[in-house]
Design a protein around this ligand. Structure first.
Ligand SMILES: *[C@@H]1O[C@H](CO)[C@@H](O)[C@H](O)[C@H]1NC(C)=O
Ligand SMILES: *[C@@H]1O[C@H](CO)[C@@H](O)[C@H](O)[C@H]1NC(C)=O
Ligand SMILES: *[C@@H]1O[C@H](CO)[C@@H](O)[C@H](O)[C@H]1NC(C)=O
Ligand SMILES: *[C@@H]1O[C@H](CO)[C@@H](O)[C@H](O)[C@H]1NC(C)=O
Ligand SMILES: *[C@@H]1O[C@H](CO)[C@@H](O)[C@H](O)[C@H]1NC(C)=O
Length: 947
């Protein structure tokens, strides 16, 4: 309690200062109207028969004495006081006391309207003047022994009044503000900082005068201005509590209706025209700070004309609350903000900030923030700092839950069906540094307060927001961060890259790597193969522990894996499986390719890495080590990879992979597919002819027709295994090249290098790739490519024919030979074909001569060869028909050979009477009709397909 302390202090001071007080007190006790000495004890005049029951007025002035300090003020202590009765704020009944501070000569004075004190005090009370002139006027209507007072006084240097001027008053001459000329207590404060502005009631810390109307203009350099009380008591009341014993101390209350006598009123601005923040009175510790919305506050202090000699007023400090940030956006209402990606971009920042409301706001306030991105963006909001306190300075108390709340909506408006999260003052935990991400391009945040607040929100936060381009290339897979399905029926070709939305790199669950799986899927009725071309790979070094990428699959490095989900395999149950193939399986089966940092320099736009799927689907997976994903790639604008994809091999192409066999053919266009109403303009077919070990291949064009001489209209390219350059490229202009194709030897096909026992069987399948690119109107280009796998007669190491093997009782070591080397083709080379190709309607024995160092057969070899042929043909039942024609010159389709043999394998392609175009047209009609009838139901969106 301040007053107790100060009284104690005063008593001590007086005791030392007065020397011999008893002597002085006697002499002038009975005098009324007089000038009293400082330190003199003054009492009301004694009651005598002359003055008893009569009106009495006495006036006291204080005489300065030698040695008074220069800037002195008076401390007057009322030890006893019982004068009149306080009726209401304007009326003292039967007597009063006036204290006049200052006179015409002093700059400040309340002499014009000094007001009236009356009633009774229980404790000594002190008045500490603002000036060095004080006049006390005592009046009683009916002077009796029930009307009395006594006081003493002392002079002090202004700055000695520590509670008024604080520490180091010499440094802050305007600490109490500059007095407005002609006023008693109107003061102007500028640029308030810590401890530079003391906003005090007049005569503080003593009892304040009556009939005051003080105005205080407060200002700080920056918003928000804050008015607060440190440890001082707040004591503003007036009539009601003139007697502490009979009237309990009134706690601090607010509202004009509760403060009819003395009060302070605080305005949110420069003067009375600004919004009223609150009106306060009562006694006790002022419980909160008041924070204005700008750098100005205006405080009004009023005391009623009549009142008790009791209330000591207030002492506020002024400071600055650093909660002010200019959000890059526009304010719509009082606190409704539009924070757009556009304005953020203009400001040049990558992220924006908004803060919890740090200043006062009335009850039922709602503040909203709309974060609006560009189309295709998502919004991220996170709180670098977030505290949830209880509501500390409500304007209207609230006892229920959630007096204040903050709600995040995954929508551009407060849609209750799309709430991401609500924080409440009563039960929520703050979530610092958690990313809240919208699904669309807008997020809406609403702060609501039922209570209002004098000093900011109970939910205290810094909110950061930014926008991420969430453009996807395929169809996002729900429930995954970045998986996509890229389907041939959506787009025939396109580009993709690592996620543009780099939030992906910081959202993986702890300890889990970042996985993005891109599945390319086709519909057989449209396309059956995928070409994926990796244009760039750009992985960053692990910033802390450099990771090598020697074994791309197994090393813990960032990587890109490409593999084909193998259909029907025990590892992948179905083509729609989203589970990536476990890495070790991919490695074992060697089906994938893996790119990591070491490939960054080898893969480029000029030398892209190209993969063609053998089947209808292909997977591409990006895997990023969680340990540095966020550090390396979050907000990193450059892509980790870029790629192009294209779906090729439409149904006109027929089967894409032709399994290893002794012979086969590719017929373009594939007649069964001609049902489509609208063929594509361009077509690309890629066939892979699987070839077997140790076999030569004879490719021969049975027929070939291009629409024109131009290569755009049709171009067939043949690639040998492992070669980048085509072995043959045929267009309309050089179609004759196709006529005389040499036999491709096993060596050229690359099997010689495959003798490594570690290479698995699967890999031993090599293929010749045949690519056709052209215009696809069915009649425009047609061709048929047939091939035959040829065996060699076994040879000795010196290159001579292994005649012993040929004749050794017909049983030959080569297990293939039973089926493989049944018919020896004419010519010098000793090539042979299996029995089932004899007389099958296609010439399988090449009529070309293989360039070879081998020359002539020895007589012995000729005999052995003929014996073998004869034996073989006899076994197959052809010999009888021949009637002695020399075997060595017979062709596999020779009329002599085939006469009388039923044409078992007659090719359906051989329809020489019909023009090819007519045949195609007929087939198209027939199959097309059938297709439309049977497939319409299966695929309702067939019409919208590419073709
Ligand atoms: C004191 O002076 C006032 C006027 O100044 C006068 O009315 C009053 O009667 C005087 N009182 C006494 C006791 O003389
Ligand atoms: C003054 O007060 C006394 C005692 O209370 C009373 O007897 C007397 O009548 C009063 N005189 C006037 C004029 O009111
Ligand atoms: C105060 O009391 C006086 C006398 O009873 C009366 O005339 C006056 O109207 C009252 N004032 C107020 C504001 O109630
Ligand atoms: C998002 O990325 C795509 C693809 O790079 C681009 O076309 C688009 O303009 C980007 N959007 C924004 C808002 O930057
Ligand atoms: C394949 O599917 C069956 C049943 O649907 C399941 O039990 C099995 O685990 C799956 N196999 C793999 C490798 O996913």
């Amino acid at each position: 309690m301040y007053w107790k302390m100060s009284c104690f202090l005063l008593v001590c001071l007086f005791a030392t200062a007065l020397g011999n007080p008893a002597a002085k007190m006697d002499s002038k006790r009975d005098h009324c109207n007089k000038t009293v000495e400082i330190y003199e004890d003054v009492s009301s005049p004694p009651v005598t028969s002359d003055n008893f029951g009569r009106p009495l007025t006495c006036t006291y002035r204080f005489r300065a004495f030698r040695g008074s300090p220069k800037d002195w003020i008076l401390r007057i202590r009322f030890k006893k006081f019982k004068v009149g009765t306080l009726i209401n704020g304007t009326t003292c009944h039967k007597g009063y006391l006036q204290i006049v501070d200052g006179n015409a000569k002093t700059d400040v004075s309340n002499r014009k309207e000094p007001g009236l004190f009356c009633g009774e005090i229980e404790q000594p009370q002190t008045f500490i003047s603002e000036t060095n002139f004080v006049k006390i006027v005592f009046h009683a209507d009916n002077f009796t022994d029930q009307t009395y007072f006594s006081f003493d006084s002392r002079a002090e240097q202004q700055f000695e009044v520590y509670l008024r001027y604080g520490q180091h008053p010499e440094l802050y001459p305007n600490r109490r503000g500059e007095v407005v000329a002609g006023s008693y207590c109107e003061r102007v404060f500028r640029d308030c900082r810590l401890q530079t502005c003391y906003v005090q009631s007049a005569a503080y810390p003593g009892v304040y005068p009556r009939n005051l109307h003080c105005r205080y203009h407060l200002n700080t350099r920056l918003p928000y201005i804050k008015l607060y009380i440190e440890n001082e008591e707040f004591n503003i009341d007036g009539q009601r509590c003139e007697n502490i014993m009979t009237c309990p101390m009134r706690p601090i209350t607010s509202g004009s209706e509760n403060c009819p006598f003395d009060y302070i009123r605080i305005y949110d601005g420069k003067d009375e025209s600004a919004a009223v923040i609150g009106t306060f009175c009562g006694m006790g510790k002022f419980p909160y700070s008041i924070i204005g919305t700008s750098q100005d506050l205006f405080v009004e202090f009023v005391s009623s004309p009549a009142g008790p000699l009791l209330n000591t007023g207030f002492h506020f400090n002024v400071g600055n609350w650093p909660g002010h940030v200019e959000a890059p956006g526009s304010r719509v209402g009082t606190c409704d903000w539009q924070l757009t990606a556009e304005s953020l971009k203009k400001s040049g920042d990558t992220e924006g900030i908004f803060l919890s409301v740090a200043h006062w706001y009335p009850p039922h306030t709602s503040c909203t923030y709309l974060m609006q991105g560009f189309p295709g963006q998502v919004v991220r909001l996170y709180f670098p700092s977030f505290r949830i306190n209880r509501i500390e300075s409500p304007i209207v108390p609230w006892t229920g839950d959630c007096g204040e709340s903050l709600t995040l909506y995954d929508a551009p408006r407060p849609d209750d069906a799309r709430i991401i999260k609500t924080f409440c003052d009563t039960f929520s935990r703050p979530m610092e540094k958690h990313d809240f991400v919208s699904t669309g391009n807008a997020m809406f945040v609403r702060f609501e307060s039922k209570t209002g607040s004098y000093s900011g929100s109970s939910l205290y936060y810094w909110a950061h927001y930014d926008f991420f381009n969430n453009t996807r290339f395929g169809e996002p897979v729900p429930g995954t961060a970045c998986d996509e399905v890229i389907a041939s029926w959506k787009q025939r070709a396109g580009r993709l890259r690592s996620p543009l939305n780099t939030l992906v790199y910081k959202q993986a669950p702890p300890g889990e790597d970042v996985h993005c799986l891109y599945r390319f899927v086709t519909d057989k009725r449209i396309y059956a193969r995928v070409i994926l071309t990796i244009l760039s790979v750009n992985f960053k070094e692990h910033p802390y522990t450099p990771v090598s990428c020697q074994n791309c699959y197994e090393d813990r490095a960032d990587k890109l894996i490409i593999w084909e989900p193998s259909e029907g395999s025990k590892y992948a149950n179905s083509t729609v499986s989203t589970t990536p193939l476990p890495l070790h399986l991919a490695v074992q089966r060697s089906l994938g390719s893996c790119l990591c940092a070491k490939h960054a320099n080898t893969v480029s736009r000029t030398r892209p890495y190209r993969v063609v799927s053998s089947g209808e689907s292909l997977n591409l997976q990006l895997i990023v080590d969680s340990a540095h994903a966020a550090a390396s790639y979050f907000k990193n604008p450059s892509p980790l990879f870029e790629a192009r994809y294209e779906f090729v091999h439409g149904p006109l192409c027929g089967p894409a992979v032709l399994a290893a066999a002794s012979d086969g053919e590719i017929v373009y266009p594939h007649l069964e597919a001609l049902g489509y109403t609208e063929p594509p303009k361009r077509i690309q077919c890629i066939w892979d002819l699987e070839i077997e070990e140790k076999r030569d291949i004879w490719l021969h064009f049975d027929r070939i027709k291009f629409a024109s001489r131009h290569c755009e209209d049709g171009n067939i390219q043949i690639y040998l295994p492992g070669r980048v350059e085509p072995y043959l490229s045929v267009c309309g202009e050089n179609v004759s090249l196709a006529r005389e194709l040499p036999i491709l030897s096993a060596g050229e096909l690359g099997f010689e290098s495959l003798d490594d026992p570690l290479v698995m069987d699967k890999e031993k399948t090599r293929s010749i790739r045949i690519v056709f690119i052209g215009s696809a109107s069915p009649a425009r280009a047609t061709f048929k490519i047939a091939w035959t796998g040829l065996y060699h007669l076994p040879k000795n190491s010196d290159g001579t024919l292994m005649t012993s093997r040929l004749t050794d009782g017909g049983s030959i070591r080569n297990p293939d030979s039973r089926e493989g080397c049944d018919f020896i083709c004419p010519g010098e080379e000793g090539l042979c074909i299996p029995a089932r190709l004899i007389c099958n309607g296609v010439v399988n024995c090449p009529n070309v001569t293989v360039k070879s160092e081998r020359k002539f057969w020895t007589a012995e070899e000729k005999r052995a060869r003929e014996a073998y042929s004869e034996d073989s043909l006899r076994r197959l039942g052809y010999l009888d028909a021949l009637g002695g024609i020399p075997l060595g010159s017979l062709h596999d389709e020779a009329a002599e050979l085939c006469a009388g043999v039923i044409n078992v394998g007659g090719s359906e392609w051989m329809a020489p009477a019909l023009g090819a175009a007519l045949a195609v047209a007929l087939a198209a009609c027939a199959v097309g009709a059938a297709w439309r009838v049977c497939c319409r139901k299966r695929s309702p969106d067939e019409e919208s397909l590419d073709y």
